[in-house]
Design a protein around this ligand. Structure first.
Ligand SMILES: Cc1ncc(COP(=O)(O)O)c(C=O)c1O
Length: 506
């Protein structure tokens, strides 16, 4: 008998199937010569001969060392593995800054339609008119939602969108014979921001947050000068707080000739309510894998389209999509872009994520999108209020889609934010983000997302409050958690540094 996790909250006891112990063999260890599983070929027609597809001299001469297993072994192995995984389809995933929200199955079905899923990347424009039209409509919708003029779908993640935007910022200044050296970033920024700034050849200069958790406008004004290529900001910021002084900030940056970059990873908190373009931003990336369906994390794939205002349009990565110019004309890719910064991704980014985003947008409509933002903010504030006593937020006031609490009051009993996260696993919840942003001591960064119900949020709050009480009465219980998982506390630094993804026999 062993304890396994229930979808959202609580634990249950279940009998394990024969042979399923905590440590079970990898699929290669199950291999026995000659065992096979079968599936029918995809097509009803005969496949071409292998010789016609791959000439003999390009083929391997020895068979690959693939596991040889029966269908039953195969099914059980992967079913067990899937049960070891936490997933958004199993329970909530309140990872602040990572928006693990539910991906409606209709978006998944749309992306799996054979006409989309089987598209060949080298198919000519005339053969993929439907796909191009989908991208065209999605581009218009996202430009409308952000208040921007044009957009590229090439970036495959938020971080790649950042790099693309910063390279365009650079191209913009250089086209005016203006060589600038630095980009300003608030101290609460996501780690990818300074990394992208360095990759783009700029120096990242940090500006501090004030006692409200917002950009200190006076400090910013002091940092702004003729060397400033731009300011990179996410609004709401990573503390989940809306930068109220954004108009003043934008005016100050523009006054020194700088550009405003909007890290739109937190767009789900304002979509349909306020537009980055109207706040004064010139460049915006969105994480479609956060705001528009697809859950974030798990190594991708993602989509971080980058939208820009008119004055930056000519620098967009080539090619850009050209809509039909007259009745009977067709969609096509325009490669004739002399000022483009060039390609930053093969083909047109991760097309499947864009199809999911399209389905999500079309199923919600403008009113539905506004509701997304309103519910994201409501859910976060509701949860914040429920746990405030045990885990107060570091900064005052209402939050947007996420909030950052501190677990530092538990320190007197030797309990840390990491222990709270681990204990939450025993209670059937995925932990929130911990120790980020760095400006908050013992940070717990929580984002319930707009897709969770009141009951689920109540359950999560009850679990967190229970842990706070346990930390007081039985701190060892919290420090020893998790006790319900096959692996309890892995050495995280070792796991990251000595990653072994490939099994080989001893
Ligand atoms: C505020 C913020 N900016 C940028 C990123 C980077 O996005 P990605 O992980 O897709 O590269 C994230 C990711 O979660 C984020 O939360």
């Amino acid at each position: 008998m062993s304890r396994t996790l229930e979808p959202s909250g609580g634990t249950r006891t279940a009998a394990r199937a024969g042979g399923d112990t905590d440590q079970f063999p990898v699929i290669f260890e199950r291999s026995r010569p000659g065992r096979r599983a079968w599936s029918l070929p995809d097509a009803a027609v005969d496949a071409p001969a292998l010789d016609d597809l791959i000439p003999a001299q390009h083929r391997r001469t020895t068979a690959p060392a693939l596991p040889e297993v029966s269908e039953l072994d195969l099914v059980r192995h992967y079913t067990r593995l899937s049960q070891r995984n936490w997933a958004i389809d199993v329970g909530p995933y309140p990872l602040g800054s990572c928006s693990m929200k539910y991906n409606p199955k209709i978006a998944e079905q749309a992306a799996n339609l054979p006409g989309f899923a089987s598209l060949h990347p080298f198919a000519g424009d005339e053969l993929v008119q439907g796909a191009l039209e989908l991208l065209g409509i999605l581009e218009r919708s996202l430009c409308e939602a952000t208040g921007m003029a044009r957009l590229t779908f090439q970036p495959a993640a938020g971080a790649q969108g950042e790099l693309t935007g910063l390279l365009m910022m650079r191209a913009f200044h250089e086209s005016r014979g203006d060589k600038r050296t630095k980009v300003i970033i608030p101290d609460s920024a996501h780690g990818t921001n300074p990394a992208s700034v360095s990759l783009a050849g700029y120096r990242a200069e940090e500006v501090r947050s004030d006692e409200r958790g917002l950009v200190d406008v006076d400090a910013l004004k002091q940092a702004l000068d003729q060397e400033t290529a731009g300011l990179m900001l996410t609004n709401p910021n990573t503390l989940g707080l809306f930068e109220r002084d954004i108009k003043e900030i934008a005016a100050a940056v523009h006054e020194v000739g700088g550009l405003l970059y909007y890290d739109g990873a937190n767009f789900n908190s304002i979509v349909g309510v306020v537009r980055p373009g109207d706040m004064g931003f010139d460049i915006v990336h969105m994480n479609l894998h956060k705001t528009f369906a697809t859950p974030h994390g798990g190594g991708g794939p993602g989509s971080g389209p980058l939208a820009v205002s008119e004055r930056l349009e000519r620098f967009l990565p080539a090619p850009v999509l050209a809509p039909p110019a007259y009745e009977g004309d067709r969609w096509r890719w325009d490669h004739d872009r002399p000022d483009s910064i060039g390609r930053i991704h093969s083909f047109h980014g991760n097309f499947g994520i864009n199809v999911r985003a399209y389905a999500y947008l079309r199923s919600l409509g403008p009113e539905g999108l506004r509701l997304v933002a309103e519910r994201a903010v409501l859910n976060a504030n509701y949860l914040k209020a429920l746990i405030e006593e045990a885990f107060p937020t570091a900064y005052p006031g209402d939050c947007m889609h996420e909030f950052v609490s501190t677990a530092k009051s538990l320190r007197k009993k030797g309990v840390k934010a990491m222990d709270v996260a681990k204990r939450l696993i025993d209670l059937g919840y995925h932990p929130p983000t911990v120790y980020f942003p760095l400006v908050v001591d013992e940070a717990l960064m929580v984002e319930p997302t707009e897709t969770e119900s009141k009951e689920t949020i109540d359950g999560l709050a009850a679990a967190l409050n229970q842990i706070a009480a346990e930390a007081d009465t039985d701190p060892e219980l919290v420090k020893a958690a998790p006790t319900s998982t096959p692996v309890r506390r892995p050495d995280e630094a070792k796991a990251a540094r000595e990653l072994r993804l490939r099994w080989s026999p001893e």
